[in-house]
Write a protein that binds this ligand. Structure first.
Ligand SMILES: Cc1cc2nc3c(=O)[nH]c(=O)nc-3n(C[C@H](O)[C@H](O)[C@H](O)COP(=O)(O)OP(=O)(O)OC[C@H]3O[C@@H](n4cnc5c(N)ncnc54)[C@H](O)[C@@H]3O)c2cc1C
Length: 304
């Protein structure tokens, strides 16, 4: 089976995970193709022992990280078994490449054997899962779990310019990014949770945000279930924020959410359940439905 490694860079050179991905493919008898997003470290990749070919994919989209645009740019160069690092960038690009190619993905492998048999820790490392994949797939490998391939290669480097194909995607991404303040930069955040009822109701929070120059955040429940952007997620597995004012609407206040916002200077909670844990950290609590409280808040702000 053919192997493709998605390289990762760190600053101006390759991230050490790249040689480890090549080492893992080589241990299974493959001479992988290395695809280098943005071309950073392409020559370095060519000098890794065992690499058969380097495809340096360049284009405007690589100026900043956008998982969707990067995956669009490199997916056609990825075939067979695709290996990427189980890093934040590697995981995101790998999952999008898998989706674009319609193949399965296994994240965070710590062992690979011919077949392909994959082992990976689950339940915070309390158990090890073994799975077998046949055919094309994408696998992310945990850093330092595989022996790195050494130097001494001299693979050819092919450069592919994807600017034209992904230009529109990049423009859309930039437009989307500039639409709203990022939660990690904002001094005021209004966040919504499952209690908001549905994704479309975030429009009410956006109206409040526009009135007070706030960013709009979200709980993980709505990010996972309604497909809100992960960049909005506040909490343990999202962003940690410390604004002057954090307004939580329809958010229960699970410990993982509190982990990301409890250091806010003032916390205002709107929740219909008086026993919701969010009230335990709130400076001001409004026990009401958001349907009652948010219009009242808008009216009060408009009157200021
Ligand atoms: C490993 C791990 C990591 C996690 N990381 C995060 C993270 O980073 N961020 C995060 O947020 N979560 C995280 N979670 C999930 C977390 O445990 C909760 O499941 C999640 O925060 C719940 O989101 P929620 O408050 O929106 O939904 P729910 O818990 O369902 O709460 C909805 C709330 O809305 C209220 N409500 C219902 N209707 C209305 C209405 N009409 N008006 C007003 N209030 C209403 C309800 O009373 C309820 O309190 C993580 C979980 C795990 C296991």
């Amino acid at each position: 089976m053919e192997y493709t490694v998605i390289a990762e860079s760190s600053g101006d050179s390759l991230h050490p995970i790249t040689a480890q991905l090549v080492g893992a493919a080589s241990a299974l008898g493959s001479s992988p193709t290395v695809v280098v997003p943005g071309g950073v470290g392409a020559d370095e990749a060519a000098s890794i022992a065992g690499v058969s070919k380097v495809v340096s994919v360049v284009g405007d989209c690589f100026a900043t990280f956008d998982g969707g645009a990067w995956a669009t740019a490199i997916a056609s160069q990825c075939s067979g078994v695709v290996l990427a690092g189980a890093t934040p960038i590697g995981r995101e690009v790998a999952s999008r490449v898998a989706a674009k190619r319609g193949v399965p993905i296994v994240q965070d492998a710590t062992g690979l054997a011919a077949g392909i048999t994959i082992t990976r820790p689950i339940y915070s490392g309390k158990a090890v899962e073994t799975s077998t994949v046949t055919g094309e797939c994408v696998i992310t490998l945990r850093a330092n779990a595989f022996e790195a391939a050494g130097a001494g290669g001299s693979a050819a480097v092919n450069v592919i310019d994807q600017s034209a194909d992904v230009g529109i995607a990049v423009k859309e991404a930039i437009a989307k990014a500039s639409e709203r303040l990022d939660v990690s930069e904002a001094d005021i955040i209004i966040s919504g949770g499952r209690g908001i009822g549905q994704k479309e109701n975030f429009a009410h929070l956006e109206e409040v945000a526009d009135m007070i120059g706030a960013a709009v955040g979200a709980s993980r429940a709505v990010v996972d279930e309604w497909g809100m952007p992960h960049s909005m997620q506040v909490g343990q597995t999202g962003k940690t924020v410390t604004p002057s004012l954090y307004i939580a609407v329809g958010i229960s206040g699970a410990i993982q959410h509190l982990a990301g916002m409890r250091s806010s200077k003032y916390i205002v909670a709107i929740n219909k359940d008086p026993d919701a844990p969010i009230f335990g950290v709130a400076d001001y609590g409004i026990v009401a439905t958001w349907e009652e409280a948010v219009p009242a808040l808008k009216a009060a702000l408009a009157a200021l």
